[in-house]
Design a protein around this ligand. Sequence first.
Ligand code: DQA
Length: 142
Amino acid sequence: MKILVLNGVNLDMLGKRNPTFYGSLTLKQLNAKVKAFAKGLGAKAIFAHSNCEGKLVDILHRTKCDAVLFNPGAYTHYSYALRDAIECMSVPVVEVHLSNVMEREPFRKIDVIEDVVAAKFYGKKEQSYFDGVSYVVKELSK
Ligand code: DQA
């Protein structure tokens, strides 16, 4: 089972962003942890990142993975382009966020992709990603 872990805008700045919300891991360190966690469950995680909305759309369109774990960053709150890209995918997309988007600024409660994702995990820093991987492995093993 191959899982694409796709991180969007500003997630390359992890390690420099507010640790209260995002933890102190860099994106490279986060990816290494997710890779090891997925391997422990018998899955192969591969990684991609872009700050560009259109590039994220292209990556989604082209994926050959069995599922996608996706943290779009701030695009979550307003990108109808990403929403439509997810909607026409034939593999499940699971939304993940490091921070608790429901208990921050009001604009973060707006989520334009939540009705087209298979599940959503947030608020537990890297554990949100682990929960997303566990969900995917469980669902695809049914
Ligand atoms: C985020 C939450 C978003 O609101 C924010 O814009 C991000 C990161 C998260 O992982 O908590 O860049 O997606």
